[in-house]
Design a protein around this ligand. Structure first.
Ligand code: AMP
Ligand code: MG
Length: 344
């Protein structure tokens, strides 16, 4: 894997590699993506192999110009309104696909996921390529997403399928894009992100939220979004989400401590109270965008602590932007959420 900067020369190198069917890790405003020419089946295959991603989990294609939108799908009026309002930015739309998009990208579905990122580096690479990039998060499947360049180095530097990685520093949003489906009877939120439900309601007043955003998928239930059916974002250590006040979270941890090495992802300012444990502050619930920005880096840091067996995460209620963080933590913990104010 060669390491590239965001200089014009290096981005040209990156686009040349992508043009010849190689894959590369690139920064976006959400998380780092592992990118391939979305129109090249063999190139896309390398993404699935590099990540160990199940073939039934479709990819998002990334465009850099609105004129490309209708080349790959059939946008509705609502889709154009959403594009006008939220693109470039962290919003993905699911729309009926055009046949030019290979089946491997959409896992055989008749719909395709499309997004126009705002990150200048991602946009430059896409424009230099002249084709859309299929790019899932650049983590190994099932693990926390990469939001810092060091995560890419740790995860992919020895990966035989990945030719290059572009250093774009830290990702601004820190959680993946909001995914909204426009192919059902009513528009439906499949994955929460930085574009919140309230923001979407300006264009989609009747938007619904898929059950799987906040609940484990029931056995035999078909996922509206195949990604919802898979284990996600999970550290190796046992991870438990704790809701409630600082005091009740601390009481819970103290009363359940059994000599296992324990890390606590706490809110900024709580470090001193949790000082019997290894503390990793990850932002403030008053500014949920800070939690989003840091949540994956914090999970990775906890997982990197030698012999760490338990990770507790002080978790903010799922409102507004914090819904995206809650949704990721639910999956990271395999849906283990404890309201400490009910369990002391
Ligand atoms: P990732 O790129 O790893 O962040 O994941 C992309 C997400 O978009 C996954 O949850 C996919 O299941 C979802 N997705 C991609 N294409 C479609 C589609 N055509 N229909 C429904 N969900 C999709
Ligand atoms: Mg992912």
């Amino acid at each position: 894997m060669i390491i590239l900067s965001d200089s014009s020369e290096d981005l040209l190198t990156c686009s040349r590699l992508l043009k010849k069917g190689d894959i590369a890790a690139i920064p976006t405003e959400t998380v780092y993506g592992l990118a391939a020419n979305a129109l090249d089946e063999d190139a896309v295959k390398k993404i699935f192999l590099a990540k160990g991603r199940p073939a039934d989990n479709p990819l998002i294609i990334h465009i850099s110009r609105t004129e490309w939108f209708a080349e790959y799908c059939f946008p509705t009026d609502e889709a154009y309104m959403l594009a006008k309002m939220f693109w470039p930015g962290p919003l993905t739309m699911i729309l009926p696909k055009k046949s030019v998009v290979p089946d491997i990208v959409t896992a055989g579905l008749s719909s395709v996921a499309v997004r126009m990122p705002s990150h200048p580096t991602a946009r430059k690479i896409i424009t230099l390529c002249g084709f859309p990039l299929a790019a899932p998060s650049a983590n190994i499947s099932g693990k926390p997403s990469p939001t810092r360049f060091e995560h890419i180095i740790n995860d992919l530097s020895q990966n035989p399928y990945v030719s290059a990685a572009v250093d774009g520093g830290n990702c601004e949003c820190g959680v993946e894009s909001t995914v909204v489906s426009l192919v059902g009877e009513k528009p439906c939120l499949l994955r929460p992100g930085a574009i919140t439900v309230d923001m979407l309601k300006q264009v989609l007043p009747d938007i619904t939220v898929a059950d799987a955003v906040l609940q484990r998928l029931q056995k035999n239930e078909k996922a509206l979004s195949p990604g919802l059916a898979h284990r996600h974002y999970a550290p190796d250590a046992e991870t438990v989400c704790l809701t409630g006040s600082t005091v009740s979270v601390l009481d819970y941890i103290n009363s359940h401590f059994d000599d296992k090495k324990t890390a606590v992802l706490c809110f900024d300012g709580e470090e001193a109270l949790f000082s019997n444990y290894i503390t990793i502050p990850y932002g403030s619930p008053d500014r949920p965008e800070t939690l989003a920005e840091n949540v994956f880096a914090a999970l990775r840091k906890a997982d990197g602590i030698k012999d760490c067996e338990v990770i507790y995460v002080h978790t903010a209620p799922p409102d507004g932007m914090a819904l995206a963080v809650y949704n990721r933590l639910l999956r990271a913990s395999d849906f283990r959420v404890i309201n400490t104010e009910e369990n002391v």
